[in-house]
Ligand binder design. Structure first.
Ligand code: PEP
Ligand code: MG
Length: 557
């Protein structure tokens, strides 16, 4: 029996066998001495992989938008760079190592030289060269994306990191736990694990070496603990603990059909945070008052994994389905929040090679500099507005101009839809996330420009106290109860009330009981969270008295 500690990303107990999902990104490139006779076949393998990679990128030219096309063309030029390929050949012929090792070495040398110049454009090319030749080498080594179809139900999945769409597929399949090296408590992977109620522990070092494939394991995500090869007594105790937890959760089911009301009668609206149509079904089943945050970037990520930029029709269908599933309850859909921690694996999308992606051309900034992508989404959103009670929300605003520019694009979209005789609701409310200090401090100015606020405490905390929400090392510093964060929240609420617009909280802070008390005490009456938390929070609120929560909030400076 061996114990490992990490951080608790999603609560619960999981018991099962490990299924290791190897990540290509961290795959080892072998370094092998070769015989002279092998040299030619190595080169031929390189040429064949080069050709396959070129064919792959050429096929993307038909599906990509203009921006992506130019990136894909850069990739193709790199794959046809005879000078660089000549350098690889020279190195290969004057060394005795395998071709994969030589390519990897030359590519990294070349990327390091570009990066050393200190120019942003060249740094991006360095990332491109690593990306494009990385694909060539992985093809040669036969590395493929993990076949998640073969993961048995009830497994505990262990990986260095996962793509959100891979995680969603696993969660829908029914795994009993997730163990990752990367990711913080507020990372998207953690949010997804909580949405699906899958116990998860992150921050496990050297995961593949520490936790072997098929080994028996217990995850106690409540204590951020992983027990490898548990003895019989430990297994018995945890099996009992798991059954008790399941029984407790089934008792909470009584709250599904109830409203969220404090002991002294204050009604709180509880909405759900979702990232896909399937999660809207979960939200509806868990008794959500509506959708408080639909993170649309997951739709973009899923399409991107097929090499595609999601089109208007696919978006329209997804948004309309969510509105229909929620049967007239409010549905707040957030426009694309790409970049930073939300990487969309597609050429031309933000964050791949920026020096500082969290402060880069992400979210609303990216959308406004890519009006073709933004307008496609806005068209899909407005077209879906006739299927239910839609609200549109913009992420990561820092400047009033961004909302003004968005409104201009919305006018253009309205004019286009009118000209095409496509029905839409012109009065669909337009709101914003308050998730940057700039937006919180100028919340009074923003309130005059939009119909509602939703406070994104994950990013607001990250940016206010300058602590990466995804970084395990700095996780102890990530506190939504930091006075600076609470002051921002207090001012935002006051500004919303002053302007007479609704304010909600959709960050993780709203689903943690100790911080929720403070939020309610500060005047929040609308909250949004992982659907699986809703009943628990309703039960918690039913025991709480408003005046006591106000007293707690009043103690905050
Ligand atoms: C937030 O930042 O608090 C938020 C809800 O948005 P996301 O977690 O998607 O960044
Ligand atoms: Mg955010």
């Amino acid at each position: 029996m061996k114990l490992f500690n990490g951080i608790s990303a999603a609560p619960g107990i999981g018991i099962g066998k490990i299924f290791t999902v190897s990540s290509i990104k961290n795959a080892q490139i072998p370094k092998i001495l070769i015989q002279e006779a092998e040299r030619n076949s190595g080169w031929l393998r390189f040429e064949s992989s080069l050709q396959l990679t070129k064919e792959y990128f050429s096929s993307l030219l038909n599906t990509s938008n203009k921006e992506q096309q130019s990136v894909v063309q850069t990739y193709l030029l790199m794959l046809e760079d005879t000078e660089f390929i000549g350098q690889i050949k020279h190195e290969y012929e004057t060394n005795s190592f395998n071709i994969e090792f030589i390519i990897d070495k030359k590519v990294h040398e070349s990327a390091d030289q570009l990066k050393a110049i200190g120019d942003t454009y060249l740094a991006e090319r360095a990332a491109d060269i690593l990306d494009v030749y990385g694909r060539v080498v992985h093809t040669m080594l036969g590395y493929k994306s993990a076949d998640l179809g073969s993961v048995p139900e009830g497994s505990i999945v262990a990986a260095h990191s996962l793509q959100p769409s891979q995680a969603m597929m696993l969660f829908q399949k029914g795994i009993d736990g997730l163990l990752l090296c990367e990711g913080g408590v507020s990372s998207h992977m953690a949010i997804l694990a909580r949405t699906y109620g899958v116990p998860a522990v992150f921050g496990i070092d050297k995961i593949e070496a520490s936790l072997p494939h098929e080994a028996e394991v217990i995850i106690d995500a409540n204590k951020a603990l992983v027990i490898l090869d548990p003895d019989l007594e430990t297994k018995k105790q945890y099996t009992q603990h798991k059954t008790e937890t399941e029984q407790r959760l089934s008792k909470l089911a009584a709250f599904i059909t109830k409203k969220a009301v404090t002991k002294d009668g204050t009604v709180i609206q509880i909405f759900a945070n979702i990232g896909s149509v399937e999660e809207a079904e979960i939200a509806e089943k868990e008794g959500a008052d509506g959708i408080g945050l639909f993170r649309t970037e997951f739709l973009f990520m899923s399409a991107a994994e097929q090499g595609l930029l999601i089109d208007e029709e696919t978006q329209y269908k997804a948004y309309s389905s969510v509105l229909e599933i929620m049967k007239g309850k409010p549905v707040t859909i957030r426009t694309l929040d790409a970049g930073g921690d939300k990487v969309i694996p597609l050429a031309g999308m933000p964050g791949r090679s920026e020096k500082n992606p969290l402060l880069g051309n992400r979210a609303i900034r990216f959308c406004l500099t890519h009006p073709d992508i933004f307008k496609t989404q806005l068209r899909a959103l407005y077209r879906s507005s006739v299927h239910g009670k839609l609200k549109i929300m913009l992420p990561l605003l820092t400047d009033i101009e961004q909302i003004k520019k968005t409104k201009k694009l919305i006018h253009e979209v309205h004019a286009e839809l009118e000209a095409e005789n496509k029905p839409f609701n012109k009065t669909t409310p337009l709101g914003i996330m308050i998730e940057t200090p700039a937006a919180a401090i100028t919340a009074d100015l923003f309130a005059a420009q939009c119909d509602f606020f939703s406070i994104g405490t994950n990013d607001l905390t990250q940016y206010t106290i300058s602590v990466d929400r995804d970084n395990i090392e700095t996780a102890p510093l990530f506190s939504e109860m930091h006075p600076a964060v609470l002051r921002m929240i207090r001012y935002t609420i006051a500004s919303a009330h002053q302007a007479g617009i609704p304010v909600s909280v959709c960050g993780e802070m709203a689903s943690r009981t100790e911080s929720l008390e403070v939020l309610i005490g500060l005047g929040v009456r609308n909250i949004s969270m992982s659907p699986k938390k809703i009943s628990e929070i309703k039960a918690f609120l039913s025991q709480k008295v408003l005046s006591e929560m106000k007293e707690i909030a009043d103690t905050i400076q």
